[in-house]
Write a protein that binds this ligand. Structure first.
Ligand code: NDP
Length: 236
């Protein structure tokens, strides 16, 4: 029987490439995004179902989970939605820092929480999250982004202790730089005292010599994580 993957943040980048790859491999794909009405490419694929989901919206999480499970069992949840909040902490508003954690961390937590009962009942299931190299090391002017990904790492390790007894696995993907829309969608705060440091950091990121992966390469890593049958926690 075909397996099913539920993906968050499937409108672009890693999420979209993963939706396309799994669909090509014959999986049923539930591709969620904030504005499915704008999606044209995934809509053409017979084994892809689009659902609206803003991962900061608890009611939408409940609704999308119910709709997905009504279609049949879900084998893999790919928690991928996220964005970068960059800039000095001093220049960051409370609303900005809360929204970063609500999206990159609590969005993952809440989607996972919504699927646990169904996974536990089947004694099977896999949660894969797009963490980041920024979940393993720290970079300047990105303290809240880094914190959101470090939080994913600690939370995942702890959660695997309570879920492994039910045959549920947790895996994290930790890419370095990937060529996606993440740069244009970043929220960047500025402060004159931190411009020199920020400039150095942005120059390093934009250095053409820096290694950059494609979304398709990361999608292959996600596919490997979904199918390799191991309990590996980290895919760096
Ligand atoms: P993109 O900006 O191309 O994709 C991000 C996706 O997340 C989009 O679909 C976006 O939707 C979605 N998203 C953002 N906020 C929300 C929200 N509140 N609810 C639902 N969806 C949301 O970037 P990437 O593909 O690069 O990013 C995917 C993941 O990869 C992120 O978690 C990111 O942190 C991580 N990552 C990226 C790296 C990189 O260098 N690109 C490196 C390491 C990790 P919308 O179109 O509506 O904005």
């Amino acid at each position: 029987m075909n397996k099913t993957i539920f993906i968050t943040g499937a409108s672009s980048g890693i999420g979209k490439a993963t939706a396309k790859l799994f669909a090509a491999k014959g999986w049923q794909v539930i591709a969620t995004m904030r504005k499915p009405e704008n999606e044209t490419e995934l809509k053409q694929l017979a084994n892809v179902t689009l659902l609206p989901l803003d991962v900061t919206n608890v009611e939408q999480i409940k609704d999308a989970t119910q709709k997905a499970l009504a279609l049949g069992p879900v084998d893999v949840v790919f928690n991928n939605a996220g964005y970068t909040l960059l800039g000095a902490l001093e220049a960051t508003t409370d609303e900005q820092l809360v929204h970063q954690m609500e999206t990159n961390f609590l969005g993952v937590v809440r989607v996972t929480q919504a699927f646990i009962p169904a996974f536990r009942a089947r004694r099977a299931g896999l949660f894969i999250t797009t963490s980041s190299s920024a979940g393993l090391m720290a970079f300047p002017v990105s303290s809240m982004y880094d914190a959101s990904k470090w939080a994913i790492e600690g939370w995942s390790e702890s959660l695997s202790f309570e879920l492994s007894q039910f045959g549920i696995s947790i895996k994290n993907i930790e890419p370095g730089l990937v060529a996606t829309e993440i740069g244009e969608k970043s929220v960047i705060t500025t402060h004159p005292e931190y411009e020199a440091l920020a400039g150095k950091f942005f120059a390093a990121i934009n250095n053409p010599a820096s290694p950059v992966s494609t979304s398709e390469q990361i999608a292959e890593v996600v596919y490997g994580a979904a199918t390799d049958g191991t309990d590996t926690l980290r895919y760096v």
